[in-house]
Design a protein around this ligand. Structure first.
Ligand code: FES
Length: 573
């Protein structure tokens, strides 16, 4: 190890007299010998383990593998819990608490005697919240994802999270029975880990790997595979060296690293949630990044992986085919090569020898599954600050379209009327959902891919255009314009759309337009007030509503942007 001066933990454990006694003595009740406190780098293991976050329920076990690596390399590992967010459990939506969890992470790291931190995460929001919090402290940080579940199997057919939407629609029209529906429920999540498709969790695991925050290969190793523990063990070893080498997030997360991550995300067909989380991370670490970068740098990138929800295969197949290293190697000519990753090498260097074992899962740049991937950013009077659409998950024939709006004033209104036989909707209609943005819902839930009306499903219609200020699950698909900014609750034009208005969609020309004269929109605005948030008059949620930023900025709280560093001058004894 280098000079002791580098270790911030010495400000606690290196003290003499009463203060040093207090800092060490209580820690010793856990059975640590004195020499652990005598200059070893202290490695915090920030754990989102929780039985209420099923995707992360195995992370205590994974933490043990990290600890083995830390001990072996001469560090002193100390595991600590932070708020965990179970995507499928938390009400009203896990996104409401991403920023709260990030505050917990930031303050827990800064307030404690840790020299570096290992972030253990998995389920959708646990990854961005941990990275956001760690960026605002900026001590050496490495991420270890929990890994995806094994592929589910139902009646001899491979299944995973994206099949829920299909099962639900088949169940709705009577194509599968109640009993079969229940059998599928048990067959899908059959092992530890997060969703087994390229949904938000896998997108986040790929994001941290492509940003250079993990060791190579992090994204795809299944949670149940022993090699996930090997990765955790090696990450434990590596973080100890990172303290000496002073590799902090701000050295890794440069603008070029963000642009690399955008390109890799396009190539894997990642979730639209990537945009919101990456923007929030960039603003924490103070890197230059804006919404248009996602279109500009991602749109020309070919789709290289054939994974659900856009394709056929699952994360387990992705791992067996070679995983993210193969995608990075394929993309090498598109990527910035002079970016640092946590192991001290560049992203391109790390993956230059990756081999592909299944071209049906990972394609070459020369023969991709789709020429253009990525997310398209559209603008127009409906979304002057932007809206996004995942074109690889949309229907081609709807990407240029004019249709009549069918408006839902809230998610409850949508649920109450969607299957009404009298709903005035057909396959050319455009469904509009209001007040599901960051402030409006509050928390911007994943409801933007509204399920289709029963009467259209019965006619065999599989997709129509949908527009909202909400998000869409990374496991979902459909022609859904999302993240409309400014949102309806903040007075965006989306709030003014009425049933029967004509909306124009033109993805090639990046346009989303409400064909209503400005005069008429002005008249409607004068008569508009946002719906009241009566139940949120106190506590975190009222703070969130007041301070959350719009989607195109990452939906962080305005006072959390940037860093405060790791120094804490005052102590209480
Ligand atoms: Fe946790 Fe999908 S619900 S990753």
């Amino acid at each position: 190890m280098g000079s002791e001066k580098k270790l911030r933990s010495r400000d606690w454990f290196g003290k003499t007299g009463k203060d040093g006694f207090i800092y060490r003595s209580w820690m010793k009740n856990q059975g640590f010998p004195s020499d652990e406190f005598e200059g070893k780098p202290v490695i915090g293991i920030c754990n989102t383990w929780s039985e209420l976050t099923p995707c992360n329920a195995h992370l205590r076990e994974l933490a043990e593998a990290v600890k083995r690596g830390v001990w072996e390399a001469g560090g002193f590992p100390l595991e600590f819990p932070v708020m965990s967010l179970g995507e499928t459990i938390i009400r009203p939506t896990a996104m409401l608490y991403r920023n709260l969890a990030s505050m917990d992470v930031e303050e827990s790291i800064r307030a404690n005697p840790v020299d570096a931190v290992v972030l253990l995460c998995g389920c959708d929001k646990t990854t961005p919240s941990l990275v956001m919090g760690a960026c605002s402290v900026d001590i050496p940080t490495i991420v270890v994802s929990g890994g995806p579940m094994l592929t589910g199997n139902f009646k001899g057919k491979k299944i995973a999270t994206s099949d829920i939407w299909r099962f639900a629609e088949d169940h709705k029209v009577g194509d599968i029975s109640d009993e079969e529906f229940k059998m599928a429920e048990a067959a899908m999540c059959r092992s530890q880990g997060h969703c087994a498709v390229m949904g938000t969790a896998s997108t986040m695991a790929s994001m941290v790997e492509s940003l250079g925050l993990t060791l190579p290969g992090n994204a795809a190793i299944p949670a149940s595979d022993s090699r996930r523990k090997v990765l955790a063990h090696l990450s434990g070893r590596r973080i100890v060296d990172m303290v000496d080498e002073e590799i902090t997030p701000s050295k890794v997360l440069t603008r070029k690293a963000f642009l690399n991550a955008i390109k890799v995300n396009a190539a894997v067909g990642g979730s639209t949630n990537f945009i919101i989380h990456l923007m929030a991370i960039a603003r924490r670490i103070e890197a230059e990044l804006e919404l248009d970068d996602f279109d500009k740098h991602g749109s020309g990138i070919p789709l290289l992986v054939n994974l659900q929800p856009s394709g056929d295969h699952f994360m387990e197949d992705f791992y067996y085919a070679g995983g993210l290293p193969v995608v990075i190697r394929e993309l090498k000519d598109h990527l910035h090569s002079d970016v640092l990753t946590v192991n001290g090498n560049s992203l391109v260097e790390n993956n230059k020898d990756a081999e592909c074992y299944d071209r049906d899962v990972i394609a070459t740049v020369e023969k991709p599954f789709q020429e253009n991937s990525g997310t398209t950013v559209v603008r127009g009077n409906l979304c002057p600050d932007g809206a996004v659409i995942k074109t690889s998950a949309a229907s081609k024939h709807l990407l240029k379209h004019r249709g009549k709006a069918v408006v839902f004033e809230s998610i409850e209104d949508y649920k109450a009327r969607i299957d009404d036989p009298d709903l005035d909707v057909d396959e050319t209609s455009i469904m509009v959902l209001k007040y599901v943005g960051p402030k409006g819902y509050p928390g911007m839930p994943e409801v933007g891919n509204m399920g289709l009306p029963k009467k259209l499903l019965e006619k065999g219609v599989k997709d129509i255009v949908r527009i909202s200020d909400g998000r869409m699950s990374g496991t979902a698909y459909g022609t859904a314009f999302l993240h409309v900014s400014p949102e309806s609750y903040a007075g965006g034009v989306l709030a003014l759309v009425e049933n029967g208005d004509i909306i124009e969609v033109d993805v090639e020309n990046r346009r989303l337009h409400l064909d209503v004269p400005d005069e008429e929109l002005k008249r409607r605005k004068e008569n508009w007030t946002p719906p009241p948030h009566e139940e949120y008059h106190r506590g975190y949620v009222s703070l969130y509503i007041e301070h959350v930023e719009q989607a195109h900025l990452g939906a962080d709280l305005d006072f959390l942007s940037g860093k405060s560093g790791s120094i804490v001058k005052r102590e209480s004894h």
